[in-house]
Structures are given as structure tokens and as C-alpha cells.
Design a protein around this ligand. Structure first.
Ligand SMILES: Cc1cc2nc3c(=O)[nH]c(=O)nc-3n(C[C@H](O)[C@H](O)[C@H](O)COP(=O)(O)OP(=O)(O)OC[C@H]3O[C@@H](n4cnc5c(N)ncnc54)[C@H](O)[C@@H]3O)c2cc1C
Length: 405
């Protein structure tokens, strides 16, 4: 049986980034995925916030920018009553756009191929079925490869197998709380009118506290979808697919833009484990990263940036564990500490923003104010360029200044 320093299960953004960081630090990494890349992942395809910085640290930003994508320079919001407010992020001094829209089939493949180049070994088509333990220590993973049960062993196991994977379930970290999960549907449309260089988040009244999104792709193509917290969806008996199609066909703000558009894919649905719930993401011989660790932003639904951050900080903690030859829960807890020092405040802030978005009148007022106030536009624009500035949006003093503006 082959032994590795680290096994990374899952080659999405969290697993590929962990693999790149660790392999570049000299660790012998086995990267496993059940899919054969390129593969799709149901997503809005918005790559923004902290993603761009970490793609730079990984050394893959140029490759992403060479792949098919659209550069994004801001966000357009609309309120339940239909006020539309575009907010520009401005052009950052380094010339790199603050965000992209890139189909996951393309984006994940760029990351995965870069990971494959540096990993000791990569296996596609491996379907993991069982985390292997000795006592309470994780020592490897079993699964099916070419129809045969196969096992691999390691010093540290990284569960990067996403929302529906086995890692969170078998390691007692599954987020099944309907307050902290979002449901979403997504598809692609061709020939959508009126798109520019901004992602679009529309707070239609039928789906609060979630939103309807239009994310522009090349050639008038758009990633279109709608998402909402599961508890609210059930309480309000919302059929997401029906609401989305109804908005596209009949909503006064959107129907003209979709008048000549054609849906080019099936409508797919998926669950988003939100980072408003802290799940346990480390233990003896293992860490969990990305969606397996329930890290998606509870307000925006973005998970890629936090998945990449978890790759960065789990790698740092794993490298320190190898230096000390200590793979205990206590040693690996450094990952959780570093990660939440970076993203904890933002997750808490954005959970509060999600709760506020339940109130139509408040959203109407805030988006109206944003349309008129340079103070609000500036704060949102700052937060788009630097996610650390999110805190400012929920600072009581700032809110007071907005209310009296
Ligand atoms: C509808 C929707 C819209 C979204 N929109 C956005 C957005 O616009 N921007 C954004 O930042 N985030 C968005 N997200 C969140 C984002 O998609 C996730 O946060 C992100 O994909 C997490 O990356 P990951 O690497 O942790 O997991 P994944 O990308 O899910 O990767 C997991 C990998 O593990 C593999 N795997 C799973 N099980 C096994 C197994 N048993 N054996 C072997 N391999 C396995 C899978 O094949 C997959 O390649 C959205 C999510 C949804 C559902």
C-alpha cells in the first residue's frame, strides 16, 4: 500500500489550492477526485473578493486570466421595489480586476491542472467511500478505482470533497441546519441584453433573504440563478425553479432583457453549507477545507474565496505539524485559528446582513440610499476590492450615518 505525507480528497478550489501550497513546500501529496477534469460544478461562477489575491499567491492568476472569462469591476444591486443601483469598484492600481466570472468547468480545470503538475500523484476516477481510522486518528482513505477497492495511507488527510462528500459526514462535521444552509438553482442563458462589467444581485421580493443573480459571461451568455436560506424556502413554500422562470418571463425589470434570450442548459440545484455555522474542521490526523468545512458566505453565497483561504491556512498548519512531527488534533487546530482570524468577522457580519435582507422595507431603503449616497457607494466599492472592509458596512456608526444621510 502506497503511503503519502498528505492525501487531499477532492480537486475543487479547496483541494487543488491545498495541494499546490503543500507540494511547493516539498510534501508528498496524493490528490484524489472521483471526476475526470475538466468537470462542471453547479455555481454562479463569480470569482471575487479574496480569491484573486490567493490565486496570485498560488501562481495561477495568469493562467486564469488567459482562460475564457469576463473581468468584473463592480456589482449592480436592485431592491424589492425595483430600484437598480450599479456600484463600480473602480480600476485597482495594479491593473488586476477585483473579480471575474469564469465557468467552473474552465476555472477548476486551470487550478486542478496546476495542482496535478506539482502533486506527487494524482488520481481521477477514484470514488472515496470510507475514511480509514486507527483509534481516533485518521490514517487514510478507501474507495473504488477501476472497479477495485483501493486504500491509500497518509500522515495527514485533507477532506476537500465539498458539500455532498463523505469527509464532513464521516468525521462528524456535516452542516444539516436549515438556518445555515442555502438552496440554489442555476442555469445558463444565451443572448441576454443589458449586461456590463458588473455582477448583478437582485433582491426580488419573492426570494428574500436570498437573491436572483445574473453573472455576465462572454458573447452575451449569462450564468443565471436564484438562492435562498433553506429554512425560509420551506417556511414560505418557495419553488425556486418556478420563481426564477417567472422572474425571467414576467418581472418588469428583467423581462425585456430576456425577451430574446434562450436557456442553453438544464436547471441544476445544489445545497450551500453556510459559514454562519462553525463546524469542527480539524482532528487527529485530518483537516476539512472548503465546503466540507461549511465556509460559504451567508450573505453573498460566495464560497470559492473562503475555500482558497482554507487551502492556504490548512497548508500552513500541516507544514508546521510536519516540522514538529506532531499530527495531533491540538497541533492541527492552528488551521482553524488562522482561518477564522482571517474570515470569522466577515462571516459574522454577513450573517447579520443576511438577516437584515429579510426585511423588504430595509432593503428598499438601503438600496435607495446607496443610489443617492457616495458614502454608501464608496463603502461597498471598498468592500468589493478588499473583503476586510466588509466590517465597515455593519459598523453601527456607519449605519447611523447612512440613515441620516
Ligand atoms: C448554485 C450555487 C452558486 C454558487 N455561486 C458561487 C459564486 O458565484 N461564487 C463563489 O465564490 N461561490 C459560489 N458558490 C459556492 C462554491 O461553488 C463552493 O463554495 C465551492 O465550489 C467550494 O469548493 P470546494 O473545493 O470546497 O468543493 P467543490 O468545488 O464541490 O469540489 C469538491 C470535489 O470533490 C470531489 N468529490 C466529492 N465527493 C467525492 C468522493 N466521494 N470521492 C472522490 N472525490 C469526491 C468532487 O468531484 C469535486 O471535484 C455557489 C454554490 C452553488 C451551489
Amino acid at each position: 500500500m502506497e503511503e503519502f505525507d498528505v492525501i487531499v480528497l477532492g480537486g475543487g478550489p479547496s483541494g487543488s489550492s491545498t495541494t499546490i501550497f503543500l507540494s511547493k513546500a516539498g510534501k508528498k501529496v496524493l490528490l484524489l477526485d472521483r471526476a475526470k477534469f475538466p468537470r462542471d460544478k453547479t455555481c454562479g461562477d463569480g470569482i471575487s473578493g479574496r480569491s484573486v489575491g490567493i490565486l496570485g499567491e498560488l501562481g495561477v492568476l495568469d493562467d486564469v486570466r488567459k482562460a475564457e472569462h469576463m473581468d468584473m469591476f463592480g456589482v449592480t444591486f436592485s431592491s424589492p421595489k425595483g430600484t437598480v443601483v450599479p456600484i463600480s469598484s473602480g480600476k485597482p492600481a495594479n491593473g488586476v480586476p477585483p473579480g471575474f466570472v469564469c465557468r467552473r468547468e474552465v476555472f477548476d480545470n486551470v487550478l486542478f491542472q496546476n495542482a496535478k503538475k506539482v502533486a506527487a500523484k494524482t488520481i481521477e476516477g477514484f470514488i472515496a467511500t470510507q475514511i480509514v481510522k486507527e483509534g481516533d486518528k485518521v490514517v487514510g482513505v478507501k474507495g473504488m478505482l477501476n472497479g477495485k477497492e483501493t486504500e491509500f495511507r497518509c500522515k495527514v488527510f485533507v477532506g476537500a470533497d465539498g458539500a455532498g462528500g463523505i469527509s464532513a459526514r464521516q468525521l462528524g462535521a456535516l452542516n444539516e441546519d436549515e438556518i445555515h444552509q442555502c438552496a440554489a438553482v442555476r442555469c445558463y442563458y444565451d443572448n441576454v441584453e443589458g449586461m456590463g462589467d458588473k455582477i448583478e444581485l437582485h433582491f426580488i421580493k419573492e426570494a428574500l433573504p436570498g437573491y436572483f443573480w445574473i453573472f455576465p459571461l462572454p458573447n452575451k451568455r449569462a450564468n443565471v440563478g436564484i438562492g435562498i436560506v433553506v429554512k425560509d424556502m420551506k417556511a414560505k413554500k418557495i419553488n425556486l425553479q418556478k420563481v426564477m422562470l417567472d422572474v425571467i418571463e414576467n418581472h418588469p425589470v428583467f423581462k425585456q432583457r430576456f425577451a430574446n434570450a434562450k436557456r442553453s442548459t438544464d436547471i441544476k440545484s445544489w445545497l450551500l453549507p453556510l459559514g454562519s455555522l462553525r463546524t469542527k474542521n480539524y482532528g487527529n490526523g485530518y483537516v476539512l477545507v472548503g465546503d466540507a468545512s461549511s465556509l460559504i458566505d451567508p450573505f453573498s453565497g460566495e464560497g470559492i474565496g473562503n475555500a482558497l483561504s482554507s487551502g492556504k491556512y490548512s497548508s500552513r498548519a500541516i507544514i508546521a505539524a510536519f516540522e514538529a512531527n506532531d499530527f495531533s488534533e491540538q497541533k492541527l487546530s492552528a488551521y482553524n485559528k488562522m482561518l477564522f482570524e482571517e474570515i470569522g468577522d466577515e462571516l459574522d457580519t454577513n450573517f447579520r446582513m443576511q438577516k437584515m435582507a429579510n426585511h423588504q422595507w430595509l432593503l428598499n431603503m438601503m438600496i435607495d440610499k446607496a443610489g443617492r449616497s457616495d458614502l454608501v457607494k464608496g463603502a461597498i466599492s471598498d468592500a468589493l476590492i478588499n473583503p476586510d472592509n466588509h466590517k465597515k458596512l455593519m459598523d453601527p456608526l456607519f449605519i447611523l450615518r447612512v440613515l441620516v444621510a
